[in-house]
Design a protein around this ligand. Structure first.
Ligand SMILES: Nc1ncnc2c1ncn2[C@@H]1O[C@H](COP(=O)(O)OP(=O)(O)OP(=O)(O)O)[C@@H](O)[C@H]1O
Ligand SMILES: [Mg+2]
Length: 640
């Protein structure tokens, strides 16, 4: 059963089909913006063909003049000028067509990249980054070749063939019929070759995409591959995939290589047949030698447009396969942006709840339920610890709040508003999300900190925030400090990356902070410092932190326990007093998180720990900082 998001906030199971409006990628659409160039390229190609068709008449005149022993200076001059004009027009046409082709492929790539950026996370993961890369690179190039063949090569070749055959028929219908017969005989196997071209091209492109995907995934796991001496095995697996690319490419190349020779065969058969019959006609005085030389020139000339047409049909079929793959990609549904105009007016100043889950259930495709009937509330301000066994669904809860995925059932409210009523950009502007892997963008530190901000952040704010998370000194020591490029060759340590992504979140104007294990890679001093900053932030914002570390949990004001589906969403959430310290003995019980009994015990531990609280009398602050001098955190945005 398929149900969609309702106004009440009950989100039904997601749509089964992941397709949006079908993209057509028609020639008209692809050529929009480059039509003038394409028109000029076609016009020049026709001029070249026209010049080639006039040549036989000049040849006829020259031959006749030679027979009459007249001077041939003029006709030879004409011949040279026409040959030069034909070559010039062909070169000009090729250049303009290349420029138009580049424009077409650039627009197509931009459109696909834009579409891919708006895909839901699950679609991207299902499709595979390597596969998408292959589509954006090789498939787009094939579609460009397809568009060039369909818009220019084939029409010019068809017109050239028709004009040449008409001229030949006008010169000698019998020889023309002979020529057509010879080409038709060679054309029979050609039809079979062309039919198989598309299948071969489809297999070749699928194999290329598979290689791209496997390569991408293998290189992403390069460190463990080295650590476990898996290089040879990984190379062998990639080698198998590469061999499949090679096999399919060989089939495609074999078909491609048959096309030219089959046309040439037709031409040779035609040359032999025409020469034999024409010799008899010339001997019988039925065919003037000047007419024969013009006809023979046209016969040789005919091969060129026919070859272009046959290769063009091959490109057309290969391109159609690539177009089908791109159409599929463009047909994948993008993230629902929500209502066009924001109907949400969150009363940030007065709102009591930052996040509310009411009997929310979610199941990943093809899996058993991850969340079942989960209900909890995250208060508008304060530090909330999201705890639960590994695999319980904490990161999934964050993904639901950020609307990376949508709940199958239940109601989610963000800042008092139904999640489906939010416009996606508005929703995400109110949320700062630090993912569990502390993902850093390939780019400079400044670019990483600037993510999500429309206007440049003041240099002083950047440094103060880096100081807050304890990264200032490390960045100052980098050769280009804030402008150090991360990604290729230079990287931060795991803990430094965690501080960087935390600084990025602190620099945002968000109201709800979702931090997925933000201290998992920090040392004790680093954790204390970060927790101090989060505590200060929590005075005005809702800070939700998924964590397994008791030392972090004890800073929390509230807890939310994500329970396994076996517990059917039994509410284990509990408020915690500010600055509590858990009893040491409780720590062991926090580790037993894999069974329903373990989770119940964890909740008991937290409550007991709450009873053993020693109130500190002041908010936590970072080392060396007195209470009352808060860490650098941007002020909350004005209520909207
Ligand atoms: N993209 C996905 N597709 C299918 N199943 C997934 C996906 N992501 C997570 N899961 C499954 O959903 C369950 C919850 O995963 P999640 O990452 O939310 O757990 P978690 O509580 O954050 O765990 P941890 O504490 O280890 O980070 C797990 O059983 C996991 O295998
Ligand atoms: Mg997780």
């Amino acid at each position: 059963m398929v149900r969609s998001a309702s106004k009440t906030g009950v989100l039904g199971p997601r749509p089964v089909a992941a397709f949006g409006v079908r993209a057509h990628l028609s020639l008209a659409e692809l050529s929009r913006g480059s039509r003038a160039l394409l028109f000029l390229a076609t016009a020049l190609a026709w001029c070249s063909t026209g010049a080639g068709l006039i040549l036989p008449w000049v040849i006829m005149g020259t031959t006749a003049a030679l027979t009459r022993r007249e001077a041939v200076g003029g006709p030879v001059l004409w011949l040279s000028a026409l040959a030069l004009a034909a070559a010039g027009c062909q070169a000009g046409s090729g250049w303009l067509l290349a420029r138009a082709g580049e424009e077409v492929v650039l627009r197509l790539r931009r459109r696909i990249i834009d579409h891919v950026m708006r895909l839901p996370l699950a679609s991207l993961q299902a499709q595979g980054a390597g596969d998408i890369t292959a589509r954006i690179t090789s498939d787009c190039s094939l579609v460009r070749a397809w568009a060039e063949a369909a818009l220019v090569h084939l029409p010019v070749a068809a017109l050239g063939t028709a004009a040449t055959l008409t001229t030949m028929a006008w010169l000698d219908p019998t020889l023309t019929l002979l020529t057509l017969g010879a080409f038709a005989a060679a054309g029979v196997p050609l039809v079979g070759v062309i039919v198989r071209t598309r299948r071969a091209a489809t297999a070749q492109q699928a194999a290329l995409a598979d290689l791209g995907q496997r390569l991408f995934a293998t290189l992403a796991a390069f460190t463990p591959i080295k650590a476990y001496r898996h290089e040879a095995m990984a190379a062998e697996r990639l080698g198998h995939t590469a061999a499949r690319v090679s096999t399919t490419s060989t089939t495609a190349a074999r078909l491609q290589s048959l096309m030219g020779p089959l046309v040439a065969l037709g031409q040779q058969v035609a040359v032999v047949a025409v020469t034999v019959v024409a010799s008899q006609q010339i001997t019988a005085g039925e065919l003037p030698s000047a007419t024969f030389s013009a006809f023979f020139f046209l016969l040789l000339y005919l091969t060129s447009p026919i070859t272009v047409a046959v290769l063009g049909i091959g490109q057309l079929r290969a391109g159609r396969a690539a177009r089908a793959r791109l159409t599929f990609l463009l047909g994948l549904m993008t993230e629902p942006a929500g209502p066009p105009q924001s109907s949400v007016r969150p009363a940030i100043a007065t709102c009591q709840e930052a996040v509310s889950f009411q009997r929310v259930s979610f199941t990943y495709a093809g899996a058993t339920p991850t969340l079942l009937n989960q209900s909890f509330i995250v208060p508008r301000t304060g530090l909330t610890a999201l705890i639960g066994p590994s695999g319980a669904g904490k990161s999934t809860v964050f993904a639901l709040i950020s609307r990376f995925i949508e709940a199958d059932e239940g109601c989610i409210r963000i800042l008092g508003q139904d999640i489906s009523a939010w416009r996606l950009p508005d929703l995400r502007r109110h949320i700062a999300y630090v993912d569990q892997n502390a993902s850093v963008l390939e780019g400079t530190i400044r670019e990483n900190l600037q993510m999500g901000r429309d206007r440049p952040i003041r240099e002083q704010d950047l440094w103060e925030t880096l100081e807050t998370v304890g990264l200032r000194e490390a960045v100052r020591q980098l050769p280009q400090t804030l402008d150090t490029h991360l990604g290729r060759g230079r990287d931060l340590s795991g803990g430094q990356r965690q501080r960087l992504v935390l600084a990025r979140a602190l620099l945002s104007d968000a109201v709800v902070f979702l931090l997925d294990e933000p201290t998992s890679q920090l040392d004790d001093a680093g954790e204390q410092r970060v927790m101090g900053a989060l505590n200060h932030l929590a005075k005005t914002r809702a800070v939700v932190m998924a964590t397994h570390r008791l030392s972090s949990v004890r800073h929390a004001h509230h807890t939310v326990v994500i329970t396994p589906p076996a517990l059917d969403g039994r509410n284990l959430s509990a408020p915690l007093p500010v600055g509590m310290e858990c009893a040491e003995a409780g720590e062991e019980r926090l580790q037993d998180r894999t069974s329903p009994a373990g989770v119940t015990a964890m909740r008991q531990t937290i409550l007991e720990a709450g009873g053993a609280v020693r109130r500190r009398g002041r908010a936590l602050c970072r080392p060396g900082q007195e209470a009352g001098s808060p860490p650098h955190v941007r002020p909350p945005p004005p209520p909207t």
